[in-house]
Design a protein around this ligand. Structure first.
Ligand code: HEM
Length: 503
């Protein structure tokens, strides 16, 4: 999921100016509150600067995030103050960590130390029952149920079959276009988004391709554009439009839930196997931690964020990096062709376990996660003074937020040799088991602790399937494109490639 998302298509100067204006009032109040909090407690936050009197350092952070070196904001301060420093971001005093050990300590902490914290527009749009905001037993419940569902072999088998079917249809269309001329132009990002969204939405709420799916996707685009927008809910603002879109999506999902309840009541739907995540959540809410229809529908919308954003971007980035590294592409292609040959010799189709068994393909995905930093960091708020061990012990005062900045750790030359080079082979030597389980020190693209991404296996699986079918069926020539890192990571032109079918 993407904590630092924002409304796309807004120019930087305009965005900066509007953010500055919006932060003005809240920042005065919060800053005064921060001073009194810090003064009242003995805790000493790490060295650093709270920046400008009203806007803190948010504008410098955003300015760096828009540049070709988003980590420059953090790097500069790390050199001056150390890898854990103080700042003032998004209207709150903040401790920023680019230190692997300190970041790990925060990720492993529970709700007695830190709770999730996001910019106000995001909190508003997610709603109180979102898993991203929930704490305590309810978060553990939803996380556990969703995690078990996403990891189940049945779901992986279904996602694999769906993905194969959708890719086959898309690739038939590319072949048909290619047959009329010199190759077919494909925008990888758009293709990946539409395929992954449909498949994950089917797994979440059981909706099939068609008009309702198109309507949902259209509303979802309006919703996601408001995740980091000005926190003003007046008609005409992005936040207002996004809230309306969320209402329309909620109504569609609640109709699905009610239809399921009606069928169960009438005894028509006594299927023992849960077909989608709604079934799982509905059938596990009978005790005191009952999951209301509102909680279920809110969370279904949150779960769509990786379907539209994180997973398609992972696929797109992998194809970009492979296009720029012919040796890696060649090795990945050989590995996948070999598997295809083995399976076709015995007349078998590939299972999800086959896709996941491709060692070099997994190295490519791991390296893409490291260098691409689809989620550059996550934020928490300290509910008490918390001492964190890292490069020197520091205290995060109660009420301050913490930005765990994965990007700087993933690009740290002390942890990764030549960190800006795309080098999937580095994972041969490193502890690959730790990397795929996402628990290796200094490698946390899926977060960690109680909030470790429950969809990490699915993200890897869908990416492996996409890569397999692309490299075994087509060759391609990539046109130039650049990675944009803010508000969300994406390819500026959607990664256009020209594909030619393999003979
Ligand atoms: C490349 C793909 C993905 C990346 C990089 C990613 C990254 C992350 C990260 C960093 C977190 C931790 C957030 C935090 O600690 O506050 C997270 C949480 C989460 N992710 Fe993913 N994710 C991806 C794919 C998915 C998929 C496919 C799903 C499911 C459909 C998913 C569902 C979730 C959920 C529900 C949470 C919240 C867990 C909780 O707070 O208990 N993610 N993800």
């Amino acid at each position: 999921m993407q904590p630092l998302a924002a409304g796309g298509g807004v120019s930087w100067p305009l965005y900066a100016a509007t953010v500055a204006a919006a932060l003005l009032v809240t920042a005065i109040v919060l800053r005064l509150a921060a001073r009194s909090t810090a003064a009242a407690c003995k805790a000493r936050p790490p060295a650093g600067s709270l920046g400008w009197p009203l806007v803190g350092e948010t504008l410098q952070f955003i300015s760096a995030a828009y540049s070709s070196r988003p980590e420059s904001f953090v790097e500069k301060r790390c050199r001056r103050y150390g890898k854990v420093f103080r700042s003032h971001l998004w209207g709150s005093p903040a401790v920023v960590s680019a230190d692997a050990e300190a970041s790990r300590a925060v990720l492993q902490s529970d709700a007695s130390a830190f709770v999730p914290w996001y910019p106000r527009s995001l909190m508003e749009l997610m709603g109180e029952s979102s898993i991203l905001v929930l704490g305590g037993a309810l978060q553990r419940r939803v996380h556990g149920l969703a995690g078990a569902f996403f990891k189940s072999p049945e779901l992986k088998a279904r996602v694999t079959a769906d993905m194969r079917g959708r890719l086959a249809a898309a690739m038939d269309a590319w072949r048909a276009t290619a047959a009329t001329g010199a190759g077919a132009a494909v925008r990888v990002q758009d293709e990946a988004k539409s395929i992954v969204f449909e498949i994950l939405v089917r797994a979440l709420i059981g909706l099939e391709q068609g008009q309702e799916m198109n309507y949902l996707r259209q509303q979802f685009h309006i919703f996601i554009a408001g995740l980091i927008s000005l926190p003003i809910k007046l008609p005409g603002t992005q936040l207002y439009r996004s809230l309306k879109a969320k209402k329309r999506m909620t109504s569609l999902i609640q109709n699905i839930i009610q239809e399921k309840r009606r069928r169960i009541f009438e005894g028509k739907d006594l299927c023992a196997v849960s077909r989608d995540l709604i079934d799982v959540l509905m059938s596990n809410g009978s005790d005191e931690l009952s999951l209301t229809d509102e909680l279920i529908s809110d969370n279904m919308i949150d779960f769509m964020i990786p379907a539209e954003d994180s997973v398609p971007v992972l696929i797109t980035l992998a194809i970009k990096y492979l296009s720029e590294c012919p040796l890696a592409l060649q090795q990945l292609e050989e590995e996948n062709m070999e598997l295809k040959r083995q399976k076709s010799d015995v007349g078998e189709t590939l299972e999800w376990t086959d896709y996941m068994s491709l060692t070099f393909t997994q190295h490519v995905i791991t390296e893409t996660l490291r260098i691409g930093n689809i989620i550059s960091g996550i934020m928490r708020k300290a509910v008490r003074d918390v001492e964190v061990k890292g490069q020197g012990d520091v205290v995060i005062p109660k009420g301050w937020c913490v930005l765990i900045y994965f990007r700087s750790v993933h690009l740290d030359a002390n942890i990764y040799d030549d960190p800006y080079a795309f080098n999937p082979w580095r994972w041969k030597e490193r502890d690959m088991a730790a990397a795929t389980a996402n628990s290796g020190s200094g490698f946390t693209p899926f977060g960690g602790g109680q909030r470790l991404c429950p969809g990490l296996d699915l993200a890897r699986l869908q990416t492996s399937i996409f890569l397999h079918h692309l490299v075994t069926n087509f060759t391609w020539v990539a046109q130039g494109d650049v990675v944009v890192n803010f508000p969300t990571v994406r390819l500026k032109r959607g990664m256009p490639i020209k594909v030619t079918p393999k003979t």
